[in-house]
Structure formats: C-alpha cells, structure tokens
Design a protein. Sequence first.
Length: 277
Amino acid sequence: MEPILDRLKDVDLPSDFSFDFTVVSPARLEVMLGERDDQGFGEGVVAYVGESLIRAGNGDWDWDEIDEVPVVSSDEVLGLPLIDPGALLGWARVTGSGTVFADAIGGLADVVAAYRAAHPKWTPRRSPDDIDVHSFIRHEWLVAWLAERVAGFHAWVSALGVDAAWLDFGLDSLDRVEALLCAEFGTRDEFKARQDGDLVQGAAWYVGEVACRDLRAAWLYHEDPLGYEVSGDAWAGTPYVSQNGRDGASASPLAALRVAVRDRVPRTLRGRFSHFK
C-alpha cells in the first residue's frame, strides 16, 4: 500500500488535501471520483479508504482468497465481517451520493466507541505506530547494493572533487548534493541516461542515508513481477527509504534527485523530505 498511497499524495491529490485518514478526507475523495476514472487514482482511493477503515476499526489488511482482493478486518473482539474497500469504491461510483466512504468509516468508528464504552479496560490490538520498518528482512539485492555503495563512498566523494567533511550526512548537506548534481547534469534526460552509474547511484545512497541517520528511516526494496504497465508500481526495482508506523513517510532518493535536476529549484531535495516526521 505504501507506494500506492505516496503516488496518490504526491501525484493525484491537490496540495491542500488533508492526508489524515479521518472521515472528512475520504468524503472529499468520493467527490473527486466524479472527475477521475483512471485505474491509478482508483487504486489510491481504495488504499486510502482501507487505511481509514483500519484506523477506525483498529484492524488490519487481509486477503479475500475467493475474490482475490485486499480487504480490511476489524479488531476480532468486534465480531464484524471483512470490508472490501474496492466494493465501497464501486458503490460510491454507482450511487454518486458522496457519503459512502464517510458512512462506512463513521459507522465503524461508532461500533468501536460503543465497545470501548462497554469495556473500559479494552486495549485495541493495533495502533498507527505498530509497523517497524527497521525489522523488515532486507532483500538480497538491497543488501548487496548497500554494501557496494558503502565500499565506494570515498571514491564517490573523490570523483565529486569535494572535501569529505563537506558531506556529513546532515540535512544541510542535501542542498550541497543537489547543487553538485544540477551542475553535472543539464537536463533530466542527461540524468536518466547516466542514472545507473556510480555518480548517481552514490548520490541516491547518500540522500537515503541522510534520511536514515537524521530522520529515523530505513532502506527498503521490492520487486514487481507483474511489471509497471500492469501494477503501476513506480517504486519497484529501486531502493527507497521509509519511516516506522502506518503514518510514516517514504521517499525514493533516485526519484527525488531526478526531480531536483529537472526542476532546478533550490532546496528541492530538502522539500521532498520535509514531510518526514
């Protein structure tokens, strides 16, 4: 869900959208359904509504083996059936009422509130902070890539022609890396043509390490057997960094560098990590 939600936030939604997983924000998404019918946006809405339901019902994601779709389970003590966010999306499109998401999430929250009132000592089984990305088993490709980048760090610094002390893995050094890459590459196409080389890969590792060391993130990597044309997963096949918890932020250092070279707006890298808590 993580890459899908980040795509929804960074690409599909206006900057003033409250990405807070409350009853109000999914209702706004439902209004937007009348203006958007593309698959990528629909997947983002399903993910967002699902995460909102999980928070309301203290539940988790599950998998429907019969229909082969992701579903949401509530805390088992509530005794509620699984909820299919995709089915809610379909019903919202059919009815056009603008209240399908809010009714489902609000109704679930009411059930939880009633149960809590009747059982004051009840402790929900999940919280927004219970996902620890630092405990994830790292993909073997990522392990090898990180080892290669660590071993080549000093050579990378030498190739840049700067003092190693200038790159201290602090947030301020992101501006320095950004300036160096913008001076090296005049356009995004030039950057993409050399993005598999040591210069860019070293920069991507450095940017990600800043997030890991200063912003409590962790490196992650996953493959995509379906391919981008089917899954739309732009995060597959590239290292990215993510924070703990369901509300933790994520970013692809390589993509952030690519945008910085393309836009050539100072402090673009710093801005990409500004939503990391």
